[in-house]
Design a protein. Sequence first.
Length: 163
Amino acid sequence: MKILITYYSRTGVNESVCKSLQSKLDCDIEPIIDTKNRKGLWGLLICGFDATFKKMSKIGAIEKDPGNYDLVIVSTPIWAGTITPAIRTYVFENKDKFKKVAFVSVSGSGEENKKVLPDFESLANKKVITSLLLRRWAVRKGTHQEKVESFVKEILSQDKEIK
Ligand SMILES: Cc1cc2nc3c(=O)[nH]c(=O)nc-3n(C[C@H](O)[C@H](O)[C@H](O)COP(=O)(O)O)c2cc1C
């Protein structure tokens, strides 16, 4: 099964989890670049504002065509109770190319943010095959590994189904 991981990460936590997933799944990975300046206090306020109003953001050109993959794993922080503007744009622009999607998020509240899945699924126009929602502090402490392992196992079991 050909797998692509795409992620947006402002402060590097989603990125670190995605890189570890990449090495476990031995797959391709691509960061999504938000072209909007989100640095500093003003940048933070804009992040919250844009997310609250479910705004999209202009993203940098993507190099990997999601249509070439059996599964795309999309990872995002949660801002103001929802997915980030860059990921909203990526999913909206590529929804017709996704064959299967899985959802990953490292955020302040982890599992509690499962409530964002209906919005994500309606944007992607399909149900996620599985999801991994982690708390930022758990990743920092390294206590998230068990959840990562069971997510990887679930993805690999899909691999058998596709073959
Ligand atoms: C503007 C803003 C709003 C946020 N809102 C939420 C939220 O509503 N719920 C939550 O669980 N985490 C929230 N967070 C925390 C981020 O989701 C968390 O720090 C995440 O791990 C950042 O990921 P990154 O390092 O990949 O950018 C917010 C962070 C920012 C900057």
